[in-house]
Design a protein around this ligand. Sequence first.
Ligand code: UDP
Length: 480
Amino acid sequence: MGSEPHQLHAFFFPLMAQGHLLPIIDMARLFASRGIKVTIITTPLNAPLFSNTIERDNQLGLDISVQLIPFPSEEVGLPQGCENLSSLDNFSDMAPKFFKALDLLQKPLEELLQTHSPHCLVADMFFPWATDIAAKLGIPRLIFHGTSFFSLCLLDYLRRYPPHENIETFTVVGLPDQIELRRYQLPDLSKTSSELANLLQRARESEEKTYGVLVNSFYELEPGYADYYRNVIGRKAWHIGPVSLRNRDIVDKAQRGNKASIVNHACLSWLDSKKPNSVLYLSFGSVASFTASQLFEIAIGLESSGYSFIWVVKSNDEIEQRWMSDGFEERIKGRGLLIRDWAPQVLILDHPAVGGFMTHCGWNSTLESVSAGVPMITWPLFAEQFYNEKLVTQVLRVGVSAGVNEWSGFVGGEKAIVKREDIEKAVEQLMGGGEEAERMRTRAMELKEMARRAVEEGGSSYNDLTALIEEIKLHPRPAV
Ligand code: UDP
């Protein structure tokens, strides 16, 4: 039993990858802010990504603690220190080992559950076995997928009604909106390792047996899909986002995730010198990387667009592939800012000078853009990012597509998929102040307001979390 009989105790077990870990940490803090005792389970090299934030929360009286379990790098043939998906330098070789290591975490997690007897377990979808160990202890397991209701519905729909093999472009008609998709934008199994494919299959199977699903979204963003997911697909789900809004002050926003390579003050004063909505922010998430030729096209497209920009560039992209055209950084000085490896994204998006986000449509980035009222240029690469793109461009209509028609996997293909002219065109479309761009900006601002209201007391996400907490309180406790 928990230490105090009436205090709920929740365990959070995030996948070791920024796109899953950061929202789960935000969620854990959100639960703690509602009086719940929270324990986060992670590995030694992932804890520093959020330990300062948790310390600040503890000082404010929130009951959050962290339990470490070793990451079995050596057992699966990974070098020491590889404990996070974004720390794999040879993705195709190392990722299968990383996914294998995840299964070895079952025993230490089970032992911790037995020792602490929490009231529920929130575990990432990448731990399919978590459903069974929670069931053994008689506690609810809640899954976190890290994506939208829209993508979950589309994924389910396409699994049940796969498009005909010979059709290149098709329309999904069975969901609340008609969605146009291209065949090559669907996940490509030939570019997915068999370990990952197997893990995803097990995740799907475990979802069917699991207690419920936590979604980082808010009802007003995708009401038709939230309803469809619950009523048609028939899953128990709670929307409690946008969870990144839990980061309210500058320190929380600036310290979210890895250590930024730029001093926050330098970044903010650069932005302060720019006019409202005049800067395009470009980032493609924590895992993806581009080929030299694609980076070169982006550089030239940005340079010729004439707009101000902040571009997050991976230093291994730059060093290994020598993509930077001679003198590029010099020529764009004052107008363009390159940030190496990790930028304080939420801080940047919230700055009034930022008027557009060129994004790979990872769900966190998409939702953070929505929460900041920033319209997008969509450039999906892998996973369910093409689905998120369709939500942004076809349903919410707060973004223009960069025109990517092919699922490329984590590392990108050989060639440049989007040419400099198309990049320049998309940037002009969004940043150029045309009528449609202004309409998108207005819609984005309306969504921002809705997002903020959703997480305030009495808002839809606030209320859904209350409902979940009440339900867990009523869940019968196993005899110990
Ligand atoms: N992020 C950040 N700075 C960066 C890159 C990423 O703060 O330079 C954060 C971003 O705010 C988001 C997460 O990392 O919360 C990335 O998640 P997303 O789902 O967008 O993409 P993924 O990394 O999973 O592909």
